[in-house]
Ligand binder design. Structure first.
Ligand SMILES: N[C@@H](CCC(=O)N[C@@H](CS)C(=O)NCC(=O)O)C(=O)O
Length: 212
């Protein structure tokens, strides 16, 4: 299996997952275009959507973070990093796994695009979208004030899904985590994981993870 990692992107999740599982994989790293910050043509050629992450596994070309994570965990996880339906936190696990890329990441993406339009601070769309992001971050904060990881006491792929948005995404949309002490404490726990440190070092050796 080849993990195609676009520098400073959501594909860091897949490198991290492989490191957590300790499975063999080949890593190919691609730099973003220095002007547009988009994926280079070689990356765009991998999949019709042209966005990171992408993996190739034999003839299979698979995109979309959630699909790739579910694919790898189903094939190689042996039950690790997920919660089974009979686990008391199963529904929490599902909620947070999907919340990460279904709500939080799109909220940051919309704010990133709006920030480029240089709208006045009182623009109603800007305020509404900022409000949505604050609401989502507040929900994560409340969850992490009560449990060590998103699904509960166990580290799962829900955590692997969300950490990009709380860290590397802030290169593209700077937002202050000072009002969210439980998120900051959580990021310190994440930064203490050897697999996370290995993944970030392999994928983005020139970047210190944005854990504060
Ligand atoms: N929902 C998709 C989002 C993919 C996405 O937007 N990836 C960004 C990286 S953070 C990308 O490839 N941007 C560069 C580009 O579009 O050229 C996923 O999670 O896989």
């Amino acid at each position: 299996m080849i993990v195609h990692h676009l520098g400073k992107s959501q594909s860091e999740r897949i490198v991290w997952l492989c490191e957590e599982l300790g499975i063999p994989y080949d890593l190919r790293v691609y730099d973003r275009d220095p002007v547009t910050r988009l994926a280079p043509p070689q990356y765009k050629a991998l999949h019709p959507m042209g966005a990171a992450p992408v993996i190739t596994d034999g003839d299979l070309v698979l995109a979309e973070s959630g699909a790739i994570i579910e694919y790898i965990v189903a094939k190689h996880g042996k039950g690790r990093l997920t919660l089974a339906p009979d686990h008391p936190d199963f529904a929490q696990f599902l909620f947070w796994f999907h919340f990460a890329n279904g709500t939080l990441q799109p909220a940051t993406g919309r704010n990133m695009i709006l920030s480029r339009l240089k709208l006045p601070d009182d623009n109603p769309i800007l305020r509404a979208m900022k409000g949505r992001l604050d609401l989502a971050l507040g929900l994560v904060e409340a969850r992490l004030a009560r449990s060590a990881f998103l699904a509960g006491s166990e580290f799962t792929t829900a955590d692997i899904m969300i950490v990009f948005t709380l860290t590397t995404m802030r290169l593209f949309l700077p937002f202050d985590l000072a009002p969210y002490p439980a998120i900051l404490a959580y990021l310190q726990r994440i930064g203490g994981r050897p697999a996370y440190r290995r993944a970030m070092h392999k994928g983005d050796p020139d970047m210190a993870p944005l854990l504060t």
